[in-house]
Design a protein around this ligand. Sequence first.
Ligand code: 5GP
Ligand code: ZN
Length: 114
Amino acid sequence: MPECLFCRIVSGGVPASRVLESPRTLSFRDISPQAPTHVLVIPRDHYPDLPALTAADPALLAEVLSQVREVAEAEGISGRGYRVVFNTGADAGQAVPHVHAHVLGGRALSWPPG
Ligand code: 5GP
Ligand code: ZN
């Protein structure tokens, strides 16, 4: 069994509320939503963070971002707007070391973040 939490979600060993799937990506609802829509979009393959994914497989990053767009459309937030966040490393508070895009929307979001 893989150690990584999100790899375990990919394999089905840990349940998640799935939103969209593609051959190389997966979207599921954040367990602790910070907005009415809070979906995480990940590559099925394990990369620890955004720079690792970008360096290794930029086409896969493009697939992740394409699914971000599809999630926004499916959630009905593409018109009013939404935020896409890749927390990267300690100062950003990245807690799960499997690259993921947060898609946040459904309410007005404050800026800058805390
Ligand atoms: P990070 O801080 O690494 O950018 O974000 C990790 C996110 O994963 C957090 O928003 C957290 O709520 C979410 N999360 C942590 N554990 C689980 C889980 O088991 N299932 C789901 N769906 N989300 C999780
Ligand atoms: Zn992983």
